[in-house]
Design a protein. Structure first.
Length: 254
């Protein structure tokens, strides 16, 4: 099939919005020109496989609405792809709060903002897991298949789509708690232990004694449970292509 410019441009808009929402491709230090080039090249490969979409019957306002719809679809799918990284960030904040590391922030090169150390570690762990297992390929292939169930120009909101987004959003907090649970358990056990010691030995400065031990024990447990955290991340990323297809089906009224 010959390349149609309007097909290519509409695919480019949806794909560009999708990449803009993904954590790795949307990083501040990721060159925007490279992101645009990747979207343009991928659209060049996808567009000839799709049926031609005629815009001859559209006026300027309908055309703007069509572009906004394609961009919104791409942003929605990118948001779904980013959810596991939200979970990693929340888990890092929980760990930092439990260990008293909230004030110890470092510069995040991907966002040019200050962030807690555990959150940054988990974010890079999720990114490396995605790249090392080639799960970003599956994510992009899943996105490409959405054009089969949601053609260009299609898509509308539905109650099923709302339920899916709310359900996946609630999964963010569940995954974050699962990742941070070992550190929370150790922190709670140490707190209970020193509370008992404070009652048994009133002369002991419980806060000063427990602070260092809680940080040391928490960091050890955090380090040993990173492999478990990567499993949670990998499980979520493995099901992401199916989620993208399901979103396409729901947007198309399926």
């Amino acid at each position: 099939m010959n390349l149609d410019f309007y097909n290519w441009f509409l695919v480019f808009v949806r794909l560009g919005a999708f990449l803009l929402a993904l954590p790795f491709f949307s990083a501040v230090n990721f060159p925007p020109t490279l992101r645009v080039a990747l979207a343009a090249l991928a659209a060049l490969l996808l567009a000839p496989q799709l049926p031609a979409f005629s815009i001859a019957h559209l006026d300027i306002f309908s055309l703007i609405g069509l572009l906004a719809r394609e961009a919104s679809i791409g942003l929605l799918m990118g948001f779904m792809g980013r959810m596991v990284f939200f979970a990693a960030d929340i888990a890092g904040q929980i760990v930092a709060t439990e260990l008293g590391l909230n004030m110890g922030q470092i510069f995040d090169p991907t966002s040019h903002q200050a962030d807690q150390v555990p959150g940054l570690i988990l974010f890079f762990l999720a990114t490396l897991t995605m790249l090392a297992l080639d799960l970003h390929h599956g994510m992009l292939l899943g996105f490409a298949r959405t054009f089969e169930v949601l053609p260009i120009g299609g898509g509308h909101l539905s109650p099923g789509l709302f339920e899916l987004v709310v359900g996946r959003t609630s999964d963010i907090f569940k995954i974050a708690l699962q990742i941070a649970a070992p550190v929370m358990a150790v922190s709670f056990a140490i707190t209970v232990f020193f509370a008992v010691m404070g009652r048994a030995v009133p002369q002991m400065n419980v806060f000063a004694e427990s602070f260092g031990i809680k940080i040391a024990a928490g960091l050890v447990v955090f380090g040993f449970t990173l492999q478990i955290a990567s499993q949670y991340v990998a499980n979520q990323l493995h099901r992401l292509p199916d989620d993208l297809l399901f979103i396409g089906q729901l947007l198309n009224g399926g």
